[in-house]
Design a protein around this ligand. Sequence first.
Ligand SMILES: [Zn+2]
Length: 483
Amino acid sequence: MTDKSNEQDTKGLTVTKAGDMPEWYTQVCLKAELADYAPIKGCMVIRPLGYALWQAIQDQLNAYIQEDGVTNAYFPLFIPESFFSREAEHAEGFKPEVAWVDNKDDKNGERFAIRPTSETIMYDSYGKWIRSWRDLPLKINQWCNIVRWEVQDVKLFLRSREFLWQEGHCVYETADECHKETLHYLERYRQIAEELLAIPVIMGLKSEREKFAGAIRTYTIESLMPDGKALQMGTSHDLSQGFAKAFDISFQDKDGKSSMPWQNSWGMSTRMIGAIVLTHGDDKGLVLPPRAAPNKVAVVPIIFEKQKTEIIKAAEEVGTLLKEFTPIVDTRDEYTSGWKFNEYELKGIPLRIEVGPKDMEKKQAVVVRRDTGTKEFVPLTKLKQHVAETLEQMHTELYDKAKQRIAADTVEVTDFAGFEKAIEDRKMVHTTHCGDDDCELVIKEKTAATTRCIPFKSGDVKGKKCVHCDKAAQHAIYFARAY
Ligand SMILES: [Zn+2]
């Protein structure tokens, strides 16, 4: 066997996931080359592998929203300060997060905000564009960067001053249509999380305290990470008519009368990539959910000097056979096969396919699953079908495994002592709450847990009491510490 690479393997992880999850997480992001730190406080660099995952998410969401009649567009990064003051709640909610740019061109010296979200700049245009019921529904999405200036310490993908997202902004004739579609886009996010990324989520309604500033209702998909912290993975807001009023958006209805439209907005960000790492990764590194993996297969020839040419050729043929899975065919001579195995494990490539002299003789290949390490000898004639089936099986098993973990880490409590203990034990809590804003705040101050959502699938709370204050329960709700 050729062994020209005597370099020390400095790339492996030095901590285990269970041992030190925050450090493990950072090492996986850095060493699997998903992201890097930037020379600017609170910012990050998204490297090609991280960006490829983002593109997989973009491709899927673009396909969905095209089906839904939403078109992509782009609005300015800068938002005049006066736009913010038009919707009071919105302005108040985003005040601490905005970075301002001085504007010397304006004679009044009005500053520009760097967008923390784009409702105001987009709805200024909507006010000009919407005239009649024929202009509705108006459904626009933009893919862009966002700045939330208050972030000091970057947590790669999970929390940074600048991140990438999409924001959909739709306008409708009726409240009913608006509400229905607000929920529909949340369902799209569930599909992205569960069906593309194999991450189970809970769908529900945010509490009044946690809802988007300017919305009447915010819907969310939440998942629980293995460290016991919840991650909000996508939100869809029913804005009702608040922004329409503030931005003077009106239309002539079918009876010729002036009417005010109904709006929603919905967003999902590069946080999703952090959720992939946390949910599926293990002590060897990243485990990519197969449907989102940019390269689903890595073909590694087991090179022996005597049959080098033939083995490389056989590996290349396997690569051609598996073209649809965008394989990496690693015929590099300067690295050992062992080094390559580690590399592709660290980077989470779903399947490794080995081709050695014996396999060549037997017209077979060895297929190794990244998540389980299961090894199978597969005849070349059946390889393509086997790979397709194994990738799908892996998706299902990754999803089921995460679902079981989340179920095991979620506890039902009815009293506050139980609540405090569960949160201390890094669990998510399912309980009943009075719905009172102040009560929720006191719970947060005592335990650092916030409400995650009032689940759609919620049982009857009649006769039950709030877990904290003994008032009558309004609803069942999830609490957890969160990212
Ligand atoms: Zn209460």
